[in-house]
Design a protein around this ligand. Sequence first.
Ligand SMILES: [Zn+2]
Length: 401
Amino acid sequence: MKSDKTEYEWGEGVFTLLSWFKKDRVKNARVLVTGAGALGNEVVKNLALFGIGHIYVVDFDRIELSNLTRSVLFREEDALAHSFKAEVVARRAMEINPQIKVTPIVGNLFSEVGFGLYQMVDVVIGCLDSRLARYLLNRLCMRAGKTWIDGSIENLTGVVKVYTPGISCYECGLSREEFNIIMLRTGCADVVRTQSSAGRIATTPISASIIGAIQVQEAMKVIHLDPESDNSQFKTLQGKMLRYEGMTNTTNIYRFASWKKNCPAHERWDNVVKGEGLSSSITVKQALSRLKKLLNVKALEINMRNNKFIDKIISDNPEKEFQVMLPESQLDRYIDEHAELKKLSYRTLFHKSFFENIDKDFPYKDLTLQQIGIPAFDVIQVSTDKGLFFVELSDDAAKFM
Ligand SMILES: [Zn+2]
């Protein structure tokens, strides 16, 4: 018999046989996947097969031939065309399941993804390859009050950890030594760092598919957890880690629950003010005047928490100034693309001239918020004479629906 696709609803008669599966919850779920490498491919593939309604996938990287060995959604033509990982993952996942939406975001998860998105999703899945990225993602998820599911793979081994505000936090679990390594990588405030590429880790398609599968299974549990009722059928990994060792076929679960008092990562951004009329495409001048009216204050400044605006970089030897007019997050890329700067950066230190706070004296008020480093749908921190406010760029929300 021929199937009629207009009448077919994804998972009907398949997942609906599972006693715990709630079709509407899955269809309406929003999941943010950070990283579109080996793990990200597996994770997005499984989310698409389950029929998760809206998946967001963030990655700034392009596809290379070496990625093809462990990335189920990439093809040779993508590597030859040097396509963006996030865009290809999104397109292929919607080929697998045309009834879902997958939104790619080509950018850095910390400085180029609006915080509004972290607040809007049900759960975040981390498919990252560095401690620094995990440290930053943890801060965002704790701020937004969201559970995040961390996966890591190396050789035939893989680990899944689930961090939930109030139960477990990545930063709380860091040793002093690990913390120091992360701080070194974040660099000093006024010296341009030369980015060293992270060492390549040997992984296999097997560890990626096993760990990516467990991450999605945990995400499905988080989506089904109900604060109102008994959740005992779901044995989640919240506050625990699962370690799979492929060489010996052993799987172990360890409790690592760590939630320390006074951890700076636990700062929760609630009471976010909806900023109607605010978006990342308005100018600084418009933003300052609209914020003043919205918050009913006399004086204010926007605190650039995730990014600084760099107007100039200055080299010591030879003494020279370069006007760059860029958010700090784009500076490494900019230097890489400019031969004169790239050559210099290995021989001499650059110092930056930057703005961390944007107020009425900011000299480039005709630039848009996006241009100074505030992404679409972000939540900005605003210091005023009446105290501190968190304001969402609410006019951007439609772009992520
Ligand atoms: Zn903590």
